[in-house]
Ligand binder design. Structure first.
Ligand code: DGP
Length: 113
């Protein structure tokens, strides 16, 4: 989608540090990391938010979680990691292209702030 920063990143129009890519997904390092390892996993297809998901996206969303598993293994996050979808303004979503945060390399507290 035009003017979507994550679409531009997925299309390599904006540079990023990629850690995983396949036909459906792209994963890259967050510009403003909140943990020693902070990766964003995005679908190449533009979907703004969770409420825009369709039944047909079920497999795609599963692929995102499986990609997180593969990346965490590659990064050696044996002690665990945090997976987060910020969704909408109250959920803290700044970029309107659905993305899974994969954060690791430190211990996280709960409840989230
Ligand atoms: P969220 O608040 O959930 O929408 O997270 C958006 C994240 O995207 C935030 O942690 C910073 C990151 N981000 C924003 N712009 C860029 C960019 O141009 N490059 C990269 N690598 N990350 C970005």
């Amino acid at each position: 989608m035009e003017n979507c920063i994550f679409c531009k990143i997925a299309q390599k129009e904006i540079p990023s540090t990629g850690v995983y890519e396949d036909e459906h997904l792209y994963a890259f390092r967050d510009l403003n990391p909140q943990a020693p390892e902070h990766i964003l996993i995005i679908p190449k297809k533009h979907i703004a938010r969770v409420e825009n998901l369709q039944e047909e996206d079920t497999e795609l969303m599963g692929r995102i979680v499986i990609a997180a598993q593969k990346i965490a293994e590659k990064l050696g996050l044996k002690k665990g990691y945090r997976l987060v979808f910020n969704n909408g303004p109250d959920g803290g979503q700044e970029v309107e292209h659905i993305h899974l945060h994969l954060m690791g390399g430190r211990k996280f507290s709960w409840p989230a702030g």
